[in-house]
Every structure is written in structure tokens, then in C-alpha cells.
Ligand binder design. Sequence first.
Ligand SMILES: Cc1cc2nc3c(=O)[nH]c(=O)nc-3n(C[C@H](O)[C@H](O)[C@H](O)COP(=O)(O)OP(=O)(O)OC[C@H]3O[C@@H](n4cnc5c(N)ncnc54)[C@H](O)[C@@H]3O)c2cc1C
Ligand code: SF4
Ligand code: SF4
Length: 407
Amino acid sequence: MSKREHLPRSPGVSEDPREHKDTNTPAGKIWFRDLDEAVIEADRCIQCGSCAAACPSDSIGIDDIDGKPTLVKMCTGCSRCWDFCPRSGLRYERVIAEAERDREGSTSAYAVRAADGETQVAGQDGGAVTALLGELLAAGELDGAVVAREREDEPLRGEAVLATSREELLANAGSVFTQPMQLGEIDRLVAESSLSDPDLALVGTPCVIQGVSALQSFGRPGERDEIALTVALFCTRSFEADRLRSVLRDHGVDPAAVDSLDVSDGKLFAYGEEETLLETDVEAFDAAGLSGCGECADFTGRAADISAGNVASPDSATTFVVRGERGDEALSAAVDALDVEDLDDDTALRKLAGWNKRQAEQTLPRAFDPEGSLSIGYEQHREQYDDTDREPQPQNPARTHQYERWC
Ligand SMILES: Cc1cc2nc3c(=O)[nH]c(=O)nc-3n(C[C@H](O)[C@H](O)[C@H](O)COP(=O)(O)OP(=O)(O)OC[C@H]3O[C@@H](n4cnc5c(N)ncnc54)[C@H](O)[C@@H]3O)c2cc1C
Ligand code: SF4
Ligand code: SF4
């Protein structure tokens, strides 16, 4: 599978996104601590990992306690973390608009099931994502796929994993409803593998795919070019692991006994190994959601080559939205492992995507503007967000300590 062509840069756009900001570029540097205050401590971080992936000095790691970005080395104030954060400096809707403009070919929707029964049962819905990636690996179209699993030491907290075989994909099938911060983990995962210069698939929530799309299209030449296929999972929100466990406990469910979760038709289901532990309205879990998800208008992950979800498909099938040449090529190459039918009626999909967008437009303190400047400057962001009445998150003392040490 060919790697993505680099997007032609707009006239006057330099390789350094700090220089190509088309408006509001502040004179001074923007430090990680600025991002931390404006996004992470303000409880707006969606744990997409873009800041960690964008940092050229690997100064941003993942906090082991809360799973959020944290400084692990000296911050140089290069501002890339700000520039690529979809909750601060990056106008994510413009990234999506650029990806759609850049794409050649059409967009189609299908109801898809893994052809093999074991994969279908292991998958969250139709097992189609697992089957697709497994077939692409087996055919040598991909060398690996960055997917997610639940951490062994912490119930319901996701972590990134690099699968290089069908078996590894099967072992990690199913949805993890907390963010694995995979964009910040790709370099480590590849370094720990036997792969060299691999072609990878990346699976993630739409915000993760926005980050990759921005880095590939507006980052440095060749940046994140190892990602040859992006698969978005439909998403109205993800959960914060600690809060998710707490709300489950409030409902009398031991998080350690939860084998899998599902959200379907407005209900949240928690399943144990053999029984349903909980079925309740998903609103009961509002407090466990990532607050920053409220600003997200990208239910289907429009920057992705393929998006997958359950809405609009029959039970035990996955809805696939397949976009452009890369999406088409991937589906064609994996078709032997899939049962694919046209999606007869996409009304439910359109309704949910429309509802999600309207909610986000009401929540975003700034204008939702796909044609607006790609970058949002620090001062402009503060002006737009400082008037909001969000409660700041309790401060993690480790962060303050790190500013003193590193900034
Ligand atoms: C946070 C979240 C919210 C979602 N909300 C909706 C929704 O509102 N409506 C809807 O229709 N669908 C939603 N989905 C998608 C749905 O749950 C399924 O993931 C999708 O239908 C694919 O099913 P499948 O059986 O084909 O996937 P599977 O064959 O089970 O494969 C899923 C693949 O994704 C990987 N994965 C799982 N979770 C993550 C993650 N968090 N980050 C990165 N990789 C991951 C797995 O390791 C596996 O490789 C959501 C998914 C997530 C993670
Ligand atoms: S939203 Fe994403 S880019 Fe922004 S701080 Fe959080 S993890 Fe980093
Ligand atoms: S709702 Fe949007 S911001 Fe939140 S996890 Fe899903 S894709 Fe990311």
C-alpha cells in the first residue's frame, strides 16, 4: 500500500507550523505549561496524544497516574504541542476540510461483518475492523497496526499496542472506551518491535485521526509517514478511566469484573464474562466523559480513510464509511476476509452525526469555522476561553514540580 502523498503546502507556508500560522501568531514562545494550563488543567484534554507526537524533543510523556500528557524533559518552547492540539492551537475542523479537499475518489458506506465467525464474535460489533486489518497484515499490505487494549494493572484504562499478526489483532478486538494516547506511543512501540521503516495502520477515535492528518499534511516533510492507513471509530465521547470506574461503582458494579462495555441506542451496557452487569441510560455516565469531547463535531472521523461504528447497521455488523483511494484500496485488498453489503439506509448515521455537530457548535466557545485559519494563537484562544465558566481540574502536584524543573 502506498504511503500518503504529502499535501501541497499553501503558498507562503513554510515547513515550520509556527511560521505558517496565517493569523494570530504571538510574538513569544508557547511552552508546554501554556498548553497544560489552557487545556489539561482546564479539563479539556481529550487524550489524543497529538502534543506528544508533535514534540520534536520528546519532552512530553504520559502521566502514569492520570494518563494525560506531562512534561518528562526540558521544554524548549517550540510551540508545536500548542500548534497541533485540537483543543487549543489547531482548528480541527479546518484539518478535516483540508483532508476532504485533498482526497481523491468517492465516499461509500457499507454494512460489514468479519467472514470468519471467531473474529465476528470477538469484535465489538461485526469484527470488521479486526478482520480488515488482519487480512491486510497477512497480505503484506501493512507491517503492523496500532490498536488498543485494556491495561492489565488498571481496569478499563486503555493502552496502545502494536499488532503485527492476525492473532494479536484477534486478542485485542473490541472497543476500549478510554483513550490509549497511541499517538504518543508509536515511536516506542516501533522501537520495541522488530519492524524497520514499517507501513502501519492506526486505529483511533476521530480526534486521534485529526492529529495524524494535521501532522502528515502540515508537519515536517515525512512526518508520521509510517502511518499508511487510518481507521477512525465513530465517537460522541470517550471516558476518563478514573471517573468511569467511579460511576460504575456508584451503580454497584466492580470495574474489575467488567469484561467489556458497549454503548448502543442511548444505553450503556457493562458485561461480565458470562452476564450483563449493568444496563442503563448512557446519560448516567455523563460525569465520566471527557469534558473536551463536548467541543468535538467529528462523530464519524472524516479525516480517516475508513471509519467504523455500529449505528445504521444491523446487529452484529459494523458500519464502514470508506473514503478515497486509500480507503477503497484497503477494502478491496481485504475483501476475502469480509462480508460486505451496501448500507441501504444511512439516515441514523446522518442524524447522529448532525446532532453531534450541533451540540459541539453550541459548546465551542469559539466559532466553528472549517475555512478559518488553521492555527489559533495563544492570545486569541485565551480571549475566547477565559470567559467560560469551566471548573479547573484539581492540579496534579507533579506537573507544578515539572515546570519548576524543566521550564
Ligand atoms: C470511545 C469510543 C466511542 C464509540 N462510540 C460509538 C458510537 O457512539 N456509535 C457507534 O456507532 N460506534 C461507536 N464506537 C465504535 C464501536 O464501538 C466499534 O469500535 C466499531 O463499531 C467497530 O467495531 P468492530 O467490531 O468492527 O471492531 P473490532 O473488530 O472489535 O476492532 C476494533 C479495533 O479497534 C481497536 N480499539 C478499540 N478501542 C480503541 C480505542 N479507544 N482507540 C484505538 N483503538 C481502539 C481494537 O484494539 C481493535 O483493533 C465507539 C468506539 C470508541 C472506542
Ligand atoms: S487534547 Fe490532545 S494535543 Fe491537546 S493536550 Fe490533550 S493530548 Fe495533548
Ligand atoms: S468525542 Fe471527539 S474529542 Fe472526544 S474522544 Fe471522541 S473523537 Fe475524541
